[in-house]
Design a protein around this ligand. Structure first.
Ligand code: SAM
Length: 328
């Protein structure tokens, strides 16, 4: 049986990462970053490997030439091997953004961002899966991307992921809620980390700080993202469905009313999530600026299922109709 390009690449990443994991006594996720870097640089970058491992690794790397694969094949194979690594350790807030969600965000970015070139920020880039899913869908556009991530292993994976797919991405390994030294962007995408932000001193600098106790990281992420977006720029967030139901929601509403125009809310299918409380939506807004006008009606969509082609098709038609009526 013929194996698919994604399987072929997955096998390469997986088997070489297993060898490196043992040789370097590191985690599987770290070993994926190591092997990804080897594949990209086309050389063995680790010192002190045994003769046998050098031979085995070289043999595997020589069998594959990256330029025979599309970006989506590379991204999917890399995603699968990371998913395997994440099963061992990762906490829910570090999880990769699933393909179906990334594809939808990519579709929306492509519809909203009409310019031929723009700057795009993901302030919680994680492994870069969401960002590169979105980038792979923007055809004939010149995009300068910026990614920020607090976790040093995830940002290494994002770095290797972007390199393998040849996407230029400027990366910062830092807390996104600390001051950011980046130029304003035209669009933000982010699968927001949800929960309390432990640094009360830093939170105190935000309008959306809690009056008492810890603030919500996801609220502060929204404020920080709006701050770094150009007037008229768009923001696409994956948010928990309960965003507007918490006790801190009134100040968030107030902030949004002052600073952005809500463009749409797409509720993702409940079947994608463990339970109702962990369900999410895609929230789209535009930063207010000269000439920005509110849509006649916000795009409100309840996604049925992302796996049924017919249902997906009907939703995409509904979204297209919304664009015709509101954005032309
Ligand atoms: N979209 C990412 C992907 O496809 O891999 C996954 C994003 S994940 C849901 C949220 C990310 O936010 C995690 O990688 C986490 O480490 C990061 N994060 C949490 N708090 C952060 C902070 N204060 N500054 C920067 N990154 C943070």
């Amino acid at each position: 049986m013929k194996i698919s390009p994604v399987e072929q690449l997955f096998t390469l990443f997986n088997e070489t990462a297993l060898i490196l994991q043992e040789e370097l006594s590191c985690t599987f996720l770290e070993a994926i970053a190591e092997t990804g870097e080897n594949v990209f640089q086309q050389s063995l970058l680790q010192d002190e490997l045994s003769e046998l491992s050098i031979k085995r690794l070289k043999k595997q790397y020589e069998e594959i030439s990256l330029d025979k694969f599309s970006n989506e094949e590379i991204r999917k194979a890399f995603q699968l091997v990371i998913l395997k690594g994440m099963k061992e350790t990762t906490q829910p807030n570090h999880q990769m953004t699933p393909d179906s969600v990334g594809m939808l965000v990519g579709y929306l970015v492509q519809k909203f961002m009409k310019e031929g070139s723009f700057r795009l920020l993901d302030p919680a880039i994680g492994t870069g899966n969401l960002l590169t899913t979105v980038l792979n869908q923007q055809v004939n556009k010149k995009i300068e991307s910026v990614g920020i991530e607090i976790d040093d292993i995830l940002i290494r994976l994002a770095y290797v992921n972007a390199n393998l797919q040849e996407h230029p991405v400027q990366l910062f390994n830092q807390d996104s809620l600390e001051p950011l030294f980046i130029d304003p962007v035209d669009a933000v995408i982010s699968d927001l980390p949800v929960g309390f932000y432990p640094n009360d001193m830093r939170a105190a600098e935000y309008q959306l700080k809690a009056a008492e106790g810890h603030s919500y990281a996801h609220h502060l992420f929204i404020e920080q993202s709006v701050k770094h977006t150009k007037d008229g720029g768009y923001l696409f967030f994956i948010i928990p469905n309960g965003l507007f139901e918490s006790e801190l929601a009134p100040s968030l509403r107030e902030f949004l009313k002052e600073n952005v125009i809500v463009q749409g809310l797409l509720q993702l299918p409940l079947s994608m999530f463990k339970n109702k409380n962990s369900a999410k939506s895609i929230f789209i807004m535009q930063k207010k600026g000269e000439g920005t006008v509110a849509p006649k009606q916000a795009m409100l969509v309840d996604m049925p299922s992302l796996s049924s082609a017919a249902e997906m098709d009907s939703i995409l038609r509904k979204i297209d109709k919304w664009f015709l009526e509101n954005k032309n």
